[in-house]
Design a protein around this ligand. Structure first.
Ligand SMILES: [Zn+2]
Length: 447
């Protein structure tokens, strides 16, 4: 059966970076962009080049370094912004110019002080200009969900005629309800000429906690791109969370029969890397990536999970790259285990670079019995500070790929975790208890 492919557009480096306390420098953005590549996102919105020299440089350097995903640069609907974005994207293998212009009356009246006619003309003109530079053009009518629907249809039709290839429908202020948002996507598909030739995208904010629900409702009505961020960071209450979207589609394939390119075992390392870079910790009960997302405290739950994970787990921690905390990193651990834990902590190393970390690790493990994550992070910092200068990973294969392969049959990045059976686990569902709760998994840490 052919499952539609959903384009995952990550805007952690742009919308996410706009959230208070989450600004990143160019080096940090480069590191995260490489991690997003590893995670398998389809589009990286690398920045807003006109906004600052730092943003410009980030887009430029990410374009040069990260070659697989599309790299998008944001621009307001004016020539100066678009030219600047295009300049920053020059080195990109697959550049995209993302133009936005508010369309709601409240934005037109109080923010832009232009009429609807002027708005329509500016949208058309800017897309035409962007298209003269770049084949891949995305247009966002900002505050789309508070825009009068017939005017929104008019704008979308105009930008498609002007050459836009993706039309994004932002719920900029996080005001929509899932059914309403889905209905809006459906209306656009019904009323706008030429819409069948472009990709419809969602961009939902979380002010009412509905960003993910709204995005999924959009997908069910035909949107084929979702804009989202790691840990759901973003303006105010944030954006739709990438990990929640990806795992909702994976765990509930029965309801959401779509594919994404996300390599889910890189979800947790990506979340950790972002938290470490921004020093903004993940909320403990955050779905998928929170510290407690896979913790079972109640005795009856623990008992159930040990007997059969399906009693209380709808996905395995391993499937999203969460380390099994029962596995201890000590002096008997091999470098494969060390490499894996380093990656889970947001520091993927290549073999050559790992040597130095490993050397220090062995010395430390000799001194203190149990090396905790905090020790390991200190050690990594130490190695970096020692002028050994570990470059951001990504050049070449991340070591942990090799580590996974070498981990042998116990390695359990369970991408093919069985879909849960409606109404509970049936005896027929194949469950390898050893998959992530068995004794032999300790072996992973001793390779
Ligand atoms: Zn936004």
């Amino acid at each position: 059966m052919d499952r539609p492919r959903i384009t995952i557009f990550d805007t952690t480096l742009r919308d996410g970076e706009q959230s208070p306390g989450c600004s990143m420098n160019v080096q940090e953005k480069l590191r995260l962009a490489q991690q997003l590549d590893r995670l398998g996102v389809d589009v990286i919105e690398a920045g807003f080049p006109i906004a600052s020299d730092g943003d410009f440089e980030a887009v430029q350097r990410i374009s040069a370094l990260v070659r697989r995903p599309i790299i998008a640069g944001l621009a307001r609907a004016c020539k100066g912004d678009i030219d600047r974005a295009w300049q920053a994207l020059q080195g990109a293998a697959r550049p995209r110019i993302h133009v936005f212009l508010a369309t709601s009356d409240i934005h037109l009246k109080y923010k832009l002080r232009i009429s609807r006619e002027q708005c329509l003309e500016q949208a058309r003109e800017s897309v035409r200009h962007a298209k003269s530079l770049c084949a891949d053009v995305e247009f966002s009518p900002e505050d789309a969900t508070r825009t009068e629907v017939s005017f929104l249809c008019q704008v979308v039709e105009a930008v498609i005629a002007a050459g836009a290839t993706t039309v994004n429908i932002p719920d900029t202020v996080g005001y929509s309800m899932p059914q309403e948002y889905g209905q809006l996507i459906r209306t656009l598909r019904e009323k706008v000429a030429g819409i069948e030739n472009v990709t419809i995208s969602t961009h939902c904010h979380n002010d009412l906690g509905l960003a993910v629900a709204n995005s999924l409702a959009g997908v069910q009505e035909g949107a084929r791109q979702v804009e989202c961020t790691i840990n759901g960071i973003g303006e105010r209450a944030g954006n739709a969370s990438l990990e929640e979207i990806a795992m909702a589609m994976r765990v509930r394939r029965d309801r959401y029969p779509y594919e994404t390119g996300i390599a889910s075992e890189h979800i947790y390392p990506s979340s950790q890397m972002l938290a470490e870079i921004t020093r903004v910790p993940v909320q403990p009960n955050k779905a998928i990536t929170g510290r407690n997302a896979f913790a079972h405290e109640a005795g009856i739950h623990q008992d159930g999970v040990l007997k059969n994970p399906l009693t209380y787990e709808i996905m395995t921690p391993q499937s999203v790259g969460v380390p099994d905390s029962r596995l201890v990193l000590g002096k008997h651990s091999g470098r494969h285990a060390l490499a894996l834990r380093c990656e889970q902590l947001g520091h993927p190393f290549e073999r050559r670079e790992l040597d130095e970390v490993y050397r220090k690790f062995v010395v430390l493990a000799d001194r203190i019995k149990k090396v905790q994550d905090i020790h390991l992070l200190e050690l990594i910092e130490e190695v970096k500070a020692a002028g050994k200068k570990i470059p951001p990973a990504g050049a070449g294969l991340p070591f942990t790929r090799a580590a996974s392969a070498a981990g042998g049959t116990n390695e359990t990045h369970s991408l093919s975790f069985p879909a849960p059976v409606p109404g509970g686990a049936s005896p027929g569902v194949p469950v390898a208890v050893g998959d992530h709760h068995g004794e032999q998994e300790d072996y992973l840490w001793g390779v």
